[in-house]
Write a protein that binds this ligand. Structure first.
Ligand SMILES: Cc1cc2nc3c(=O)[nH]c(=O)nc-3n(C[C@H](O)[C@H](O)[C@H](O)COP(=O)(O)OP(=O)(O)OC[C@H]3O[C@@H](n4cnc5c(N)ncnc54)[C@H](O)[C@@H]3O)c2cc1C
Length: 479
């Protein structure tokens, strides 16, 4: 990662920002700021003298205005669960963190419009619960949902397990309120499903990783809450079978297919061994599995028969090897716990090099075969590890160090393994980041693969909105 060489923020500015924020709205000192400096991934720790925690949009704007006047760099932050070092300050004490974690009010629920309007600091799970209390569904769902916040979800265009049916965050946001890098407030908090009055500005901030402004509120889409659902754990022989199974399930059950996760055996072993409370859902061991949810309106249990029939047909056609349908809500939760624990299971196995790639769904099998062969050829004995969202072509393809290798030795191969895997991704016209974003960790890699035309366009947008370059510099796009 490129070092930050900017000068530390001067004491006079730190004092002025503390005065603008007021008591209780800032943190300073190494211990107090640590939770905002520390990354969930690899234990990376950045540095800052000041974490600002405004409670309102107006307070955020006042802080940003001061920073704009004095060219002080800002790192926007929400729940700090991001995985690309995008939300941490860098090393040189040259940035202040502006966290939206105290902006956590649900502003309005409009059931007639099926929308909820929330502050950017509301925890994702709280939005899901508020929707559920009104028999609605907010479908964004991911492992970090108890601590990530909607401003961060929007800024990373988060995906998760229900993208297949409901789309990613881009598809779930109708309106935004943003404090721009000069301190002005853009009020785009409209709950419209149709609006053809010019460029769709909100889409610049969705997935913008905090490089264009600070999102302070959003209008989100709600859906009817499914009343019938089933969860199945299905054994397949290969990724190719999982893709064939997805087609078969969509043909038979249509939109009811809401989650469809591909899971390699190795990650099941790592998770059973490394994270308490998990055990094998099947007696026999199989090389690959699919964890599938179907859901719809209708009487509870009404999907059991159609799902059983669809799976029986798949078994007859040779598309699956075995399947179990969860017999209770508890069993379904246990299967999903295993999926959610996989990141921890992999960590417990030690030394994995993560990739968050996507390829066209029809290329998944070829990608896995080619990447396995190439990584194995370069690192004999590497343990192949892979799980992800088949319906979106998004795989977390994470080779784990060969037995006997020290973790540090394997991690030194980070860049080399990235390049092997990403070259194959690009050959399939895929993406090197399907859901976690670029942040700092994939900055060089992104510039390596983006065309000059695409880089020009990205830089033109950044320059137009943030000419002084104070919003999250050194993240996502290098000027
Ligand atoms: C266990 C686990 C499972 C995960 N699973 C998934 C998954 O399935 N799918 C997925 O997509 N991600 C996943 N993630 C990654 C992470 O949870 C998401 O990226 C999440 O959306 C980040 O939200 P956050 O509130 O933690 O954002 P943060 O980490 O605080 O910030 C992320 C980025 O957004 C910017 N940002 C934050 N708030 C604002 C704001 N208000 N305005 C402007 N910019 C802002 C930051 O500068 C940073 O660049 C997972 C992470 C963990 C730890």
């Amino acid at each position: 990662m490129k070092a930050d060489t900017a000068a530390p923020v001067a004491d006079v500015h730190l004092a002025a920002l503390k005065a603008i924020a007021g008591p209780g709205a800032f943190l300073e000192g190494s211990d107090a700021t640590r939770p905002y400096r520390l990354s969930w991934r690899y234990g990376y720790e950045g540095h800052t003298a000041l974490v600002l925690r405004p409670k309102t949009t107006a307070e955020t704007a006042a802080l940003v205005r001061y920073c704009a006047e004095h060219r002080i760099a800002i790192v926007p932050q929400a729940g700090n669960t991001g995985l690309t070092f995008g939300g941490q300050p860098r090393e040189a004490m040259s940035e202040v963190v502006v966290s939206v974690d105290r902006m956590d009010t649900i502003r309005a629920l409009d059931l007639g419009n099926d929308t909820i309007t929330v502050d950017a600091g509301v925890i994702l799970q709280k939005i899901q619960e508020a929707a559920a209390a009104e028999q609605r569904l907010f479908p964004l769902s991911l492992g970090a949902q108890g601590s990530c916040r909607i401003g961060g979800n929007i800024s990373t265009n988060a995906g998760g397990v229900q993208v297949l049916r409901y789309g990613n965050t881009r598809a779930l946001v109708l309106g935004l309120e943003v404090v721009l890098p000069d301190g002005r407030i853009w009020d785009g908090l409209r709950g419209l499903r149709k609006d053809n009055t010019g460029y769709d500005l909100k889409q610049l901030f969705i997935g913008g990783e905090g490089t264009l402004g600070i999102i302070t509120a959003a209008v989100l889409k709600l859906f009817p809450r499914p009343t019938a659902s089933e969860t199945a754990w299905i054994a397949v022989e290969s990724p190719a079978q999982s893709v064939a199974l997805l087609s078969a399930m969509k043909a038979q059950m249509g939109d009811a297919v809401s989650a469809f996760e591909l899971i390699r055996r190795s990650i099941v072993d790592f998770t059973i061994k490394g994270v308490p409370g998990n055990d094998d859902p099947m007696r026999e061991v199989h090389p690959w599995y699919v964890l599938m949810d179907v859901s719809s309106q209708g009487a509870p249990g009404s999907l059991y028969e159609p799902l059983s029939e669809a799976l029986a047909a798949a078994a007859e056609a040779g598309t699956i090897v075995d399947a179990v349908i969860a017999g209770s809500v508890q069993q379904a939760r246990k299967l999903w716990k295993m999926r959610e624990d996989m990141a921890d299971g992999q960590r417990a196995a030690g030394g994995s090099i993560a990739h968050d790639i996507s390829v066209p769904v029809s290329d998944i099998a070829a990608f896995v075969a080619e990447a396995d062969a190439a990584v194995e050829a370069a690192y004999p004995g590497v343990r192949h590890c892979c799980f992800g969202h088949v319906g979106d072509g998004n795989l977390h393809y994470n080779p784990v160090r060969p037995e006997g290798w020290a973790q540090e030795r394997f991690m030194q191969e980070y860049g080399a393994i990235n390049r092997i895997v990403h070259d194959i991704v690009i050959k399939h016209r895929g993406s090197i980041s399907a859901e976690h974003g670029i942040g700092r960790i994939r900055l060089e890699e992104n510039h390596h693969y983006k065309s000059p035309v695409e880089l020009d366009l990205l830089r033109a947008v950044k320059r137009a909105l943030d000419p002084a370059g104070i919003m999250n510099p050194g993240k996502m796009i290098e000027m």
